[in-house]
Unconditional design. Structure first.
Length: 459
């Protein structure tokens, strides 16, 4: 008998398990693959490891811009992949150690919910029945692979984010279906190492809901580097190594690649673990189709004692969101006052240059009828940025409420945006005004000073 059973050992599950175990609860954590989930094994960490290698290669190729001579710089695809595996093994080991040190029992295998009895929730794994007073579902998500005509016949030419991370040879030509975050990160990596990249995107812009001006700037940067973008284009089929699509004028076009990466989004994993045994209510999209488990701001479902966190809720499919949601669920179980807030969830694209944003974009503010003042400056207003980004393009945009001057959104293009966006998250989370943010002392010289410089333009 356990206090808490957790199905899924990704960022939501393992963080929740560690917090609950450290708080004195008896916890059992089920994971059918490896701890860390998609993020650590097939997503966030492996892609960032590859992207950093590509960034180092970019620096080597253009070192002469900084007065440094690097002759004969080359990229070893095989060694880069081996390093990725090493990084994953190290971090998975660290996660496992942290969870075990918290007293959590880790069970590897497919867990299946068997319903609820007077004793608690029954979860079966490996022909053993486990009973727990509370249940946290963190089963995550999977890549969406649309049923394009000819996709199955194309065989190993077509890959998702999982298979492309295990390639043994660098493709000479890569077609990416989908210009979202995952698609653009792989476009960045392969473009940097010399692969010819074509991005086919159904929407009129890349990076989906991210700031339009910044996504347009990033597209322009990569277009100059040779990435071909086919926007507002609908894929109609795949023939072997060729993607067939319709352009905005309705013309039928074709583009080939040694590999075709399908990267059109992810969907919550709701099947295969007995969720239907509990009668948990699912959240529905406007078309009436379920897209995730419905939860409140304490991560509680409609069934007392059953919680859900992470991608399985279908709401904010980000690793850091999942971790925070797991914490909120555990705090509720422990009786601590806490709730999940989504106003200050950052989004980052680890291209080179990086993109980061938090809060409202201009499009979102306009759609909601929010009156705002737009403040923006080129990253070149930061001396540190100029020193470290020769010929680098960048932009910082800040939206503040027209009446209260509260910070509503911050969006940046330029390195290292990923390491600065947390400051903007704090400002939005704490409902700081532009005037209050102006009074914060930023270290000099840092690129983060661009936030202070931008907000200081308000009258």
């Amino acid at each position: 008998m356990y206090d808490l059973a957790i199905i899924g050992g990704g960022p939501g599950g393992y963080v929740a398990a560690e917090r609950a175990g450290a708080a004195g609860l008896s916890v059992v954590l089920f994971e059918k693959n490896e701890l860390g989930g998609v993020c650590l094994n097939e997503g966030c960490i492996p892609t960032k490891t590859l992207l950093y290698s590509a960034k180092v290669y970019d620096y080597a190729k253009h070192a002469d811009q900084y007065g440094v001579s690097v002759e004969g710089a080359s990229f070893d695809f095989g060694k880069t992949m081996k390093r990725k595996h090493k990084v994953i093994r190290k971090l998975v080991g660290g996660v496992k150690l942290g969870v075990k040190n918290a007293g959590v029992e880790i069970v590897k295998g497919e867990a299946v919910i068997k319903g609820r009895t007077v004793e608690g929730f029954g979860i079966e794994c490996g022909e053993v029945l486990y009973i727990a007073s509370d249940l946290l579902i963190c089963t995550g998500s999977e890549a969406v692979v649309p049923p394009f005509p000819g996709l199955k016949e194309a065989g190993e030419v077509v890959v998702t984010n999982r298979e492309i991370l295990s390639l043994e040879e660098q493709p000479e030509e890569l077609v990416i279906i989908g210009g979202g975050v995952i698609g653009m990160e792989f476009a960045s990596f392969f473009n940097s190492i010399g692969t010819k990249v074509t991005v086919v995107e159904m929407l009129p812009k890349i990076l989906g809901p991210m700031d339009r001006e910044i996504s347009d700037m990033l597209q322009g940067i990569y277009a100059k580097r040779g990435v071909e973008f086919c926007l507002s284009c609908k894929v109609t089929g795949i023939e072997g190594d060729t993607v067939i699509y319709e352009d905005p004028e309705g013309n039928v076009c074709r583009v080939r690649g040694d590999r075709i990466l399908v990267s059109v989004g992810r969907r919550a994993l709701l099947q295969g673990f007995g969720l239907e045994e509990l009668g948990v209510e699912l959240a529905l999209n406007p078309a009436g189709r379920p897209f995730g488990i419905k939860v409140d701001d304490h991560m509680r479902t409609n069934i007392p004692g059953v919680y859900a966190a992470g991608d399985v809720t279908g709401f904010s499919m980000l690793a850091h969101t999942a971790s925070r949601e797991g914490e909120v669920a555990v705090n509720d179980i422990l009786g601590h006052e806490d709730r999940m807030r989504y106003d200050a969830i950052p989004g980052v694209v680890y291209t080179n240059p990086e993109v980061a944003g938090v809060g409202l974009t201009e499009d979102e503010a306009q759609k909601k009828g929010v009156e705002y003042t737009l403040l923006k400056l080129p990253m070149a207003y930061s001396g540190r940025f100029v020193a470290e980004n020769e010929r680098g393009e960048g932009l910082c945009k800040i939206l503040v409420a027209a009446d209260s001057h509260k910070v509503l959104g911050v969006h940046m293009l330029g390195n290292p945006s990923s390491e600065m966006i947390h400051g903007a998250c704090i400002a939005i989370e704490q409902e700081m005004t532009a005037e209050q943010l102006k009074e914060v002392v930023f270290p000099h010289p840092t690129v983060s000073e661009i936030i202070k410089e931008t907000v200081s333009t308000i009258m």
